[in-house]
Write a protein that binds this ligand. Structure first.
Ligand code: IVH
Length: 676
């Protein structure tokens, strides 16, 4: 390498060190040494040298924090050690019990606690190799998260190269929370509102939504910060190991990694309480959302001795702040009609800022709730965010009433189609039972098109409302009959968006699987899990629709309520027609799990009566079910085989009476054998 080139390389390296250093002063220490203009000069010199001499380009250069190319999706990535959640509590008494519990488990040790704020963001693990940023992964389900390396790289206060990388641990997993400052969150939402986009409900959602952008340039434009709270695997160099939470925190800071601000060592419950009071009274002052404290046994060896339960470490607990309450006016109560026809009262509130989030609506759940809380329209009410997210009306301030407040009368008709509402026995909810009610239809369509169901991209609430109000969609299957000409007549629907929408509708038809379609039907009580269980048992919608209640209940996790809801859904003639239309449209997925070869006794119903030497009744029933058959209890014409053992009961007589086929245990075993 000639001397000039060598000088360029040295200068590039020097500039990188300078930029990292000033980033650290600015973003981590909050104590800049130079002006923004001076910083820009250094940064720009580095950018232009890297452009001119691409042979010296490096992925960990601080100029690379601007976001790389978009990715098609995030790939899963396994954590070396699972990322656990935390047990929550709300009172000092629970903290006392926590300390008492662990003191009993390791009685011979004095305990110190590392206590720090619990930030409200997204947990992420960041990996450094030889002091250089190498990967990042979300917490995900605790054992596997999503690889968000390209996005986390853009986080403002995260160094791409640690201070003194040669002496940093050769391999280091840093765990922490990605957060967005409260004021930036408000600005971001204001911007989204301007663009007519959906706003984030709280800073946590904003942080999570920003990290999970497929285009890292969008992430780079968001003011995200990372604060470390713990470590995963670390390979240390030499003997200098960190043996406590407090050492991990100071070790991270020495490397240039920001840690959760305000961590403190407490020796007993009193010190913890004092610190909690301080933090609770200052919680709104800080730039980030804090929802409590995390109390951790400080010494690593004691943590190891205490270990983990299935969900969380025994050595840590979160002490949450009480929900923030604010006063506001209950201006109106409206009624929302859900997909299943349930009429839900919704409180319309004078907009109020509850701990950094504007609240103007809150569900009141049902008529009883409104009555129990004794709410009147016009009341001043206390509002809080339950679990700090979902807003909730706590109670009216009765002492503030003027006499002008109005009683709320729960309507007896559906506000959308004006059909008489009914109340099902033992239920609190009033329902609209009109299957073609436009409000129900709208909600049903939103559910049908949603990500977990048909996943029709571009068909959201907004368009559904428009299609329904223009009469273009009157039932689910009308989605597949939308014509381009009809779409083009609508305001704000251009040629391109119309084609895109029609394409994604066609695509959804081809891609849909049986569990998604079952879920999409919106049968009461049939969520994703149940839909999956049904799709594993039945070949297609026809088989499911032809099922009886007893056999449905034989499926694990399906109880009487769910079974009866499924039966009444398919008993409805409109829904039967819907199935026929699905079939004609070619929207007819078949189960990937059930094939007739694996299920030779498919649909065959068995009754067992009497005892079976050498074969328990349970085992016999299990064998039948493994081959796709069903073991039922009551004698009816639908039963295919009656297996009569020794000392059969009255069922045998009844079965003979109606002419059912009766076999003995040997014939039963032969039947099973032949089918194997
Ligand atoms: S310690 C095994 N410390 O809270 C130790 N967690 O409810 C678990 N969190 O997944 C984490 N601030 O996302 C810890 N100072 C803090 C935290 C914190 C926020 C989050 C983290 C975790 C969740 C558990």
């Amino acid at each position: 390498m000639n001397k000039d080139i060598q000088a360029v390389r040295d200068r590039i390296e020097e500039l990188r060190r300078m930029v990292e250093y000033h980033n650290h002063r600015y973003y981590v220490l909050d104590d800049p040494e130079i002006t923004d203009a001076e910083y820009d000069r250094i940064f720009n010199e580095l950018v232009s040298l890297e452009e001119k001499y691409p042979q010296f380009d490096h992925p960990a250069s601080p100029t690379k924090k601007i976001g790389g190319d978009p990715a098609p999706s995030f790939s899963p990535r396994k954590h070396s050690i699972p990322m656990y959640g935390l047990d929550n509590c709300f009172t000092m008494e629970k903290v006392r019990l926590f300390i008492e519990r662990i003191s009993k488990l390791i009685p011979e040790h004095e305990l110190d606690f590392w206590v720090e704020p619990k930030l409200d963001g997204l947990a992420v693990e960041v990996i450094y190799q030889s002091g250089i940023y190498s990967a990042a992964c979300t917490r995900g389900d605790g054992s596997t998260g999503e690889d968000v390396t390209a996005n986390i790289k853009t986080v403002k206060n995260l160094p791409l190269s640690l201070i003194d990388p040669q002496n940093a641990p050769p391999y280091l997993e840093v765990r922490g929370e990605v957060v967005i400052p409260k004021n930036n969150f408000e600005k971001l939402n204001a911007l989204k509102m301007q663009k007519g986009e959906k706003v984030f409900a709280n800073p946590r959602n904003a942080a999570a939504g920003s990290v999970r952008q497929l285009d890292p340039k969008i992430t780079a434009a968001r003011p995200l910060y990372f604060f470390a709270f713990g470590a995963g695997v670390i390979h240390f160099r030499g003997e200098n190991r960190w043996t406590a939470q407090s050492e991990i925190a100071s070790g991270f800071r020495k490397l240039g990694i920001a840690t959760v601000p305000g961590g403190k060592l407490c020796r007993d419950l009193n010190e913890i309480e004092q610190y909690f009071q301080e933090q609770a009274s200052e919680r709104h002052a800080g730039p980030f959302d804090i929802d409590g404290l995390v109390i951790k046994v400080n010494e690593k060896s004691r943590q190891d001795a205490l270990g983990f339960t299935a969900r969380s470490p025994r050595w840590a607990i979160a002490l949450k702040f009480k929900a923030i309450q604010e006063k506001t006016r209950l201006e109106q109560i409206s009624i929302q009609v859900g997909r299943t026809g349930v009429l839900t009262p919704v409180a319309h509130l004078a907009p109020v800022n509850v701990g950094g989030v504007m609240v103007s609506r809150a569900t009141l759940h049902n008529e009883n709730e409104v009555r129990a809380k004794d709410l009147k329209i016009g009341d001043l009410v206390l509002v809080q965010r339950a679990g700090d997210v979902i807003p909730e009306v706590v109670r009216p301030l009765k002492e503030e009433r003027t006499g002008q407040e109005k009683n709320f009368v729960f309507p007896r008709t559906c506000p959308s189609c004006h059909t008489q509402a009914i109340k099902i026995k033992n239920e609190v909810a009033w329902r609209c039972v009109n299957l073609s009610c436009p409000a129900r239809l709208e909600q049903g369509l939103i559910h049908f098109a949603s990500r977990q169901a048909l996943d029709i991209e571009g068909l959201g609430k907004k368009w559904i409302r428009i299609f329904v109000s223009h009469g273009l969609i009157k039932k689910l299957t009308d989605i597949f009959r939308l014509q381009k000409d009809d779409l083009l007549k609508l305001e704000r629907m251009g040629e391109k968006s119309a084609s895109n929408l029609l394409d994604s509708i066609q695509k959804s038809k081809q891609d849909v699987t049986l569990p998604r379609l079952i879920f999409g039907l919106g049968i009461r009580h049939v969520g994703q899990q149940t839909a999956k269980a049904l799709a594993e048992r039945y070949r297609d919608l026809d088989e499911l629709a032809g099922e009886d209640e007893e056999s449905l209940q034989a499926i694990a996790d399906i109880g009487p309520e769910v079974a009866s809801s499924i039966i009444s859904f398919f008993n409805n003639p409109d829904n039967r027609n819907l199935l026929e239309e699905f079939r004609q449209l070619g929207l007819w997925p078949v189960s990937s799990k059930v094939s007739s070869q694996e299920m030779p006794l498919k649909d065959k119903k068995f009754i067992f009566t009497g005892s079976f030497p050498g074969l328990s009744r349970e085992k016999a029933q299990e064998l039948v079910e493994q081959l796709g058959g069903k073991a039922v209890n009551s004698v009816s014409k639908n039963v295919d085989y009656v297996v009569a053992g020794e000392k059969p009961g009255s069922k045998l007589a009844r079965a003979r009476n109606i002419g059912l086929q009766v076999i003995d245990p040997d014939e039963f075993l032969k039947l099973i054998d032949n089918k194997d």
